[in-house]
Design a protein around this ligand. Structure first.
Ligand code: ATP
Length: 368
């Protein structure tokens, strides 16, 4: 048997009418992994999920579940269950009946149905509302019923399409945590679609970033946050500072990027076979690693980047402070920091300050 629960090989979807929604999608998911799909509206997340579920046909490519080819197998014969944003709870049935329904359709014996429904009601703490109908449920309870209905069929893979989208921010956060714990305890593979990058990063063991029907990057959340591999990911994920320019020098695993106004920024750990001098490139650095220092207080060295700029404005929102710096005509930087990080450093409009960070924290991304 395959070591992978789910394999997508060169999956493509062209809708009738010609829209190319998904192209060259490759992914291998291990058993028990929590995979998030994230990307802007229309990038193909839902289409991909629906192809895995069998709710949408696959134009070309292969879909394997536990090593078996399911590309052309209908939805009801796949070991998957899908949870949608609108929950799709039957309003005329009680919670208990909603949970039993999918098992009755499958023709399971009554005793088996009862024991499975009782177990899932217990796991998701739905005992108090087992005989309630949808209209009497809170948003969080509806979400749990939808989840229970997916899990009661004992799927090998649970597919979730923006399942928390209808919840308010506080509830969303607590259900995120519950869901993550539940997934870990059950050991079931989850594929979770969201357009919210913070949710994708908080939930996923790995995150698939999609853009315009293609996979941009598949990484664990920390890698994605700290080492984006494309300009799209650098802009879409995290709060990166991006310095654009051209490669001025590549040698000994080190890149130097020069902005149009002549600023040079060095980055170690660069695969120098990737590109040659003059290629368009960006130095991408997570905001958290950039420190604001009084100008000239640090001399800098090969391991430390120092970039000075004139403070244009300082905007305070609670404890968070946004500092806009004019570096040169090619570069304005908006830095997000905390009040205590800049206290007594004389950060005010008109002052020249140094941004300082460890060069190894940056990643060079090719392209403009
Ligand atoms: P959202 O976050 O808005 O749900 P998404 O990333 O899930 O977006 P999809 O819904 O998969 O994106 O859509 C991908 C592309 O396919 C879009 O261009 C969309 O307009 C198109 N599309 C989706 N469903 C259909 C359909 N049934 N027929 C034709 N085109 C479709």
């Amino acid at each position: 048997m395959s070591q992978f629960d789910l394999e997508l090989a060169k999956i493509q979807k062209i809708y009738p009418g010609g829209t190319l929604a998904v192209e060259g999608f490759d992914l291998r998911v291990e058993k028990g992994e929590f995979i998030s799909f994230v990307g802007p509206s229309g990038c193909g997340k839902t289409t991909t999920l629906r192809m895995i579920a069998g709710l949408e046909s696959i134009t070309s490519g292969d879909l394997l579940i536990r090593g078996r080819n399911f590309t052309n197998i209908p939805a009801e014969q796949r070991p998957t269950a899908t949870i949608f944003q609108n929950y799709a709870i039957f309003p005329h049935m009680t919670v208990y009946q909603n949970l039993a329904f999918g098992l009755e359709v499958r023709g399971l014996p009554a005793s088996e149905i009862k024991s499975r429904v009782d177990a899932i009601i217990d796991t998701l703490e739905l005992g108090d509302v087992a005989s309630a109908r949808e209209a009497a449920l809170s948003g969080g309870q509806k979400q749990r019923v939808a989840l229970a209905r997916g899990l009661v069929t004992k799927p090998e893979i649970l597919l979730l399409d923006e399942p928390l989208g209808a919840l308010d921010a506080n509830l969303r956060k607590s259900i995120q945590e519950e869901l993550k714990i539940l997934q870990r305890d059950l050991g079931i593979t989850f594929v979770f679609v969201t357009h919210a990058q913070s949710e994708a990063l908080a939930m996923g063991d790995r995150v698939v970033v999609m853009n315009a029907g293609r996979v941009e990057q598949i990484s664990d959340p920390f890698e994605l946050y700290t080492r984006p591999q494309s300009g799209f990911v650098a802009r879409f994920i995290g709060r990166n500072k991006i310095i654009s320019g051209q490669l001025a020098q590549v040698s000994d695993g080190r890149a130097q990027v020069q902005t149009n106004a002549g600023l040079l920024v060095g980055v170690p750990g660069f695969d120098t076979s990737q590109a040659s001098v003059d290629a368009e490139a960006m130095v991408v650095t997570p905001s958290e690693y950039v420190e604001l220092m009084p100008h000239g207080s640090d001399k800098g060295d090969a391991e430390t980047n120092l970039v000075s700029g004139t403070v244009q404005s300082v905007d305070q929102v609670g404890q968070v402070v946004y500092v806009n710096l004019h570096v040169d005509d090619a570069l304005e930087v908006r830095l997000e920091t905390h009040r205590e990080m800049i206290a007594d450093k004389g950060v005010e409009p008109g002052t020249v300050m140094d941004m300082r960070w460890k060069a190894e924290r940056s990643t060079v991304v090719l392209g403009a």
